[in-house]
Design a protein around this ligand. Sequence first.
Ligand SMILES: [Zn+2]
Length: 183
Amino acid sequence: MTYKTHVAFAMTAAIPVGYFTNINDIDKIPFLFSVAIGALAPDLDEEGSYLSRRIPVMPMLFSLFGVRHRGVTHRAISVLFLLGLVIGLFFIDPGFESHLFIYFGFVLGYIMHLLGDMMTKGGINDFFFPVSSSKAVLMPRVYRFYTGSLQEYLVFIAIIGVLALEIYFFGADLYKGALIGFL
Ligand SMILES: [Zn+2]
């Protein structure tokens, strides 16, 4: 998945979550930002990815530790690690409660990234490491697509359609500007 599809796909979860949880209106756009960063973060292990080009030291650090792409950042265990980090922040961040939507948004975006990769032809190898070495995918191979392919573009268009509906139902005024900025 390209970074745009990853971000748009993550937004399809973020907008209803932002609506149905009691995140203040003023926090909703920062929440979406946090989800977007979370949706880009797993590919920090890949040299040409959107965030890596902005933080070029990250792929170098990862490769130093022998991490390959769709490796350690693409594991169920890394999501558990992130949740552990959030619990840890509870003890060191005095403003934890008012920042929780930021932490939660990041983890939500991260999970959506992994689900997105499971929709590609490659899927995610060793996702359930160390429990199982099978490949994690969301649907049969014929329905999955190659990154940057025409199929992915069609999926992206469909996602934008879903987003437009969600924005209409869950807070049109708030998100209009954000959507136009993103596109
Ligand atoms: Zn990825």
